[in-house]
Design a protein around this ligand. Structure first.
Ligand code: MN
Length: 434
């Protein structure tokens, strides 16, 4: 399953937009992606990077991601959970398309890295997925934004997760894969248990073919577009400032330098970028987390839906609808949600009749079903997200809060339910007006 097959399908459905006139990597491409978000856009001619096409906003819409996986939108969390729980080894092939061209004296400045915002620390690669290997834990794949330093070096933002652990255990070789099928993109956004490979989660979502890197040390998706082979060094450099998922600027940090030793690619490569704070960035971060939160709270009670809500950057705020059996359920759900997603700041639990895809309905439930002195759980001094500018972004200290906005079981339910006009669902207004 390759990105190219996906683009053909998106062309047929009319979802893919084409930009034929030459465009610049500096502000122009990001601005177009932002204006057209969540539509996928293929730029055919990049002024600063002849020979490359550039794709953005590929996974910016739940409907498109679900379509690429051959499922319906509402099955996304369950399908992803299934893949996490039943990973599958992919086939390994020789002579992969991503190695049609091999460049042993790479110059990273020739790639369509983008300058997204005015205060950016440098040109960035945002859709690069880093693959690393550990003898005990196997292959890991994860996203790391990479800022250009010079022709051979990038600085990588590496959070204290699996890749960081691999590096501490001695892993140095990495392959950065660019231009992938949404199944591989979504799987690589999963941060689950060390030893459960994102490569295998991807294959469980859709059959993905893998191939060895030129040096033979790592596996990469055979049908991807571009691969940067290199190694993580002990050298540190300033990373940032850069726009993060909140849409605000993240702080500058000393981060590890990556040295690129080789570039391999297709003869007519399609490069890929993710717009920071755009729908694609947010969905890739939130979908795997929603799946994990769903799994954890399913152990407590019947879950109807879980959403990391758009107003909360699809990351900091979570709305959960449950079919509750006991008045203790919401509090236990709140605690479990915080355990499942450590960056979570506010969580609201509502009843099954509230539609989580509509933020107005969630606020309506808060307005009509909660009393804060009784229903609020306040958790000051917790360890939270590094992305929230109102928290301490270095120590990550923050105040978390959970809210039970469910109807008390002993209450008169009739007072809380939405009044319906008989026949309102069935009526077709086109029978009455214009
Ligand atoms: Mn991992």
């Amino acid at each position: 399953m390759s990105l190219r097959e996906v683009l053909k399908r998106l062309d047929k459905s009319g979802d893919l937009l084409h930009v034929k006139r030459p465009v610049s990597t500096r502000f122009e491409i990001p601005a177009i992606l932002k204006k057209l978000d969540p539509r996928p856009v293929l730029f055919h001619e990049v002024k600063e990077a002849p020979g490359f096409e550039l794709l953005g906003n590929l996974c910016a819409d739940r409907r498109i991601i679900a379509g690429c996986l051959g499922i319906s939108e509402k099955d996304l969390p369950r399908k992803l959970l299934e893949a996490i729980e039943n990973p599958r080894r992919g086939e390994v092939v020789e002579n992969p398309p991503c190695q049609e061209v091999v460049i042993d004296d790479p110059d990273l400045r020739k790639l369509p890295l983008l300058v997204f915002g005015e205060r950016d620390g440098g040109p960035y690669l945002t859709a690069g997925i880093v693959i690393a290997y550990d003898r005990e834990y196997g292959f890991n794949a994860s996203y790391h934004r990479l800022m250009l330093l010079d022709e051979r070096r990038l600085v990588a933002r590496i959070l204290p997760r699996h890749l960081d652990e691999f590096i501490k255990r001695g892993a140095r070789k990495i392959a950065i894969t660019i231009g992938n099928h949404p199944a591989f993109m979504l799987a690589s956004a999963v941060s689950w248990k060390m030893g459960i490979s994102e490569l295998d989660i991807a294959s469980a979502l859709k059959p993905i073919r893998y191939a060895k890197t030129i040096d033979g040390e790592l596996l990469i998706p055979a049908d991807c577009e571009v691969v940067l082979e290199g190694r993580v060094t002990d050298e540190l450099a300033d990373e940032g400032p850069f726009i993060d998922v909140t849409g605000t600027y993240d702080i500058v940090r000393r981060q590890r330098v990556v040295e690129v030793e080789r570039i391999t690619m297709r003869r007519d490569p399609i490069f890929q970028q993710i717009l920071p704070a755009g729908s694609e960035h947010r969905l890739l971060m939130s979908l795997p987390r929603e799946a994990v939160i769903y799994m954890e709270i399913s152990k407590i009670c019947e879950v109807v839906d879980v959403r990391l809500t758009p107003g909360g950057c699809n990351w900091l705020h979570c709305a959960i609808s449950i079919r509750k059996r006991s008045d203790d359920d919401p509090r236990r759900v709140i605690e479990a949600a915080f355990k499942a997603h450590r960056s979570l700041k506010h969580v609201v639990v509502v009843d099954e009749d509230v539609d989580l895809s509509n933020p107005v309905e969630v606020e309506w439930a808060i307005a009509t079903r909660s009393q804060l002195d009784r229903d609020l759980v306040l958790k000051p001094g917790e360890y939270g997200s590094s992305l929230d500018p109102s928290a301490d972004q270095v120590t990550r200290k923050t105040c978390k809060a959970g809210l039970d906005a469910t109807i008390p079981l002993k209450a008169d339910r009739g007072k809380f339910l939405k009044a319906k006009i008989p026949g309102e669902d069935e009526i077709d207004v086109r029978d009455y007006v214009g």
